[in-house]
Write a protein that binds this ligand. Structure first.
Ligand code: ZN
Ligand code: ZN
Length: 217
């Protein structure tokens, strides 16, 4: 994947098959229409099963679990560089296209043909793993996913306001335009700190602030 890429707004055709081509484009609000009801239903039935307090703890754990998944998928699946031609084609479809055409607005959030099967897989995986707690963990996980996709869209297409909004936009654009081996977290930088992939500009700013504070005291 090229380190310095263009800021092309145009789109390209991905599939000969018109059905696949049609569904490879997606409006950024579509995942919310599908997954907000899923989140509400799983929260409702989950809390019925575990009670409110445990339900909230599970929900927050689910959000945290998503942030880890976001990092793992982006770093080790999306940025894995396969050698075979089929592997390269899959890599391009899954993430390469977003790095080559980062401002293609209808190819930014995950298409439903991918997100629905993935969500179903995680649903049953959580059911097997987390026993009666799985519904609320899944619900938090789904919220984390929606936040990720929406924040990702915003970093490319909106002027983000507030200190954290500006930070996230700048943080993700560094991943695209200066070093794609850092800043794998999109909705937050937590796991970049844990795995040591914070981009230099953020680390240096933090170090110089710390030095300034140490100099004052
Ligand atoms: Zn991006
Ligand atoms: Zn990437």
């Amino acid at each position: 994947m090229a380190k310095f890429i263009s800021n092309r707004n145009e789109t390209i055709r991905l599939f000969k098959n018109p059905f696949l081509e049609y569904f490879s484009h997606i409006h950024p609000a579509t995942p919310l229409l599908v997954f907000i009801p899923v989140m509400i239903l799983t929260s409702y039935f989950g809390i019925k099963e575990t009670g409110l307090f445990t339900g909230i703890v599970c929900f927050v754990s689910g959000i945290l679990l998503w942030t880890l998944m976001e990092y793992v998928i982006h770093r080790w699946a999306f940025h894995y560089h396969p050698k075979s031609e089929t592997g390269k084609r899959i890599h391009f479809l899954v993430h390469g296209i977003h790095h080559d055409y980062p401002r293609d607005a209808t190819r930014l959030v995950m298409p439903l043909l991918v997100s629905i099967p993935l969500a179903t897989l995680f649903f049953f995986l959580f059911k097997l793993t987390f026993g009666i707690y799985y519904l609320n963990i899944f619900s938090g996980f789904v919220l984390g996913y929606m936040a990720y996709d929406s924040i990702h869209y915003a970093t490319h297409h909106f002027k983000m306001e507030g200190k954290f909004g500006k930070f996230l936009k700048n943080y993700h654009l560094k991943h695209h335009y200066s070093d794609d081996s850092t800043a794998y977290g999109v909705s937050n930088p937590l796991w970049d700190y844990i795995f040591g992939t914070v981009p230099k500009h953020v680390q240096e700013r933090k170090d110089s602030k710390a030095a300034a504070v140490a100099g004052k005291s």
